[in-house]
Design a protein around this ligand. Structure first.
Ligand SMILES: [Zn+2]
Length: 273
């Protein structure tokens, strides 16, 4: 009797989860005409609905993508959707991080927000960090001060990385799973520290929002979708900036129009798995 009751509860929860994601599928349906998508998408989306919102459980979804350390793209494991990209937002949470987190959540996209300490060193910054998490996003380490790790001592490299993890854990209760070096400037020692901290370090495939010509939202939205670098598994770099915030919805919708799905960071295989 108890088993039956539990089973019904689980079934009800699954149905609820499916309802939550069905809106996106319907809206997307017209644009994504790739047949092979249908099967794998259901599995992906059921998995990806689990860790969001308030209830953080110990259960992570099965890894569906693995990071290619030669080009920083994501490759599907087994039957995960190939035509998908990862969204990452660096230098957060500055002026627009929370709004960007909201926009992405409304569009059913989960991103990694790479954090610097100088943005979370007061009460407002701490609250913004928590809000970004509450919108379902993954938190990454982008160092304490946005230092160039190739220009400081090994001890300073450790402090840049480990001290930020300590701070993020103090504020959120969790240590980050991802690391990105400022300017993509890694060193042998920084990789060692990242590994000791059990994080997955990554650079990116492409981004444009730091180039003068793409500080215009329309120009940025266009290049992010039309660039020749857009390909399966691309790791897209954007920043917490005014023009990127303004372009964000158009970028996501444009990528969807091109047939791309979005990789949930919790589905990326960690090094120690
Ligand atoms: Zn940065």
């Amino acid at each position: 009797m108890l088993c039956w009751f539990t089973a019904m509860l689980v079934l009800a929860a699954c149905q609820q989860a499916e309802e939550d994601v069905s809106v996106e599928e319907n809206e997307e349906g017209e644009n994504t005409v790739i047949e092979e998508e249908n099967e794998s998408e259901e599995e992906d989306e059921n998995g990806s609905t689990e860790p969001s919102e308030e209830e953080h459980t110990e259960e992570e979804p099965e890894p569906a993508y693995t990071l290619n350390e030669n080009n920083w793209g994501l490759e599907p494991i087994d039957d995960a959707e190939e035509e998908a990209v990862l969204i990452t937002i660096d230098d957060a949470p500055d002026e627009h991080g929370v709004e960007m987190a909201e926009t992405l959540e409304e569009l059913d996209v989960t991103a990694i927000f790479f954090i610097n300490h100088h943005f979370i060193d007061d009460e407002e910054g701490e609250e913004q960090l928590l809000e970004i998490m509450e919108h379902g996003h993954e938190i990454g380490n982008h160092t304490m001060t946005h230092a160039n790790l190739q220009e400081i001592s090994e001890e300073e490299v450790e402090d840049e990385i480990v001290d930020l993890n300590d701070e993020i854990e103090r504020i959120t209760g969790e240590r980050p799973n991802f690391f990105r070096a400022p300017h993509g400037a890694n060193t042998d020692h920084s990789w060692e520290v990242v590994e000791e901290e059990e994080m997955l370090g990554m650079n990116w495939t492409y981004g444009f929002d730091w180039e003068e010509e793409y500080t215009d939202p329309d120009a940025l939205a266009e290049i992010m979708v039309e660039t020749e670098h857009l390909q399966n598994g691309a790791n897209l770099l954007m920043h917490d900036r005014e023009w990127t915030n303004e372009a964000l919805e158009d970028i996501i919708l444009g990528l969807e129009d091109e047939g791309y799905d979005f990789i949930d960071p919790t589905e990326i295989e960690q090094e120690n798995e």
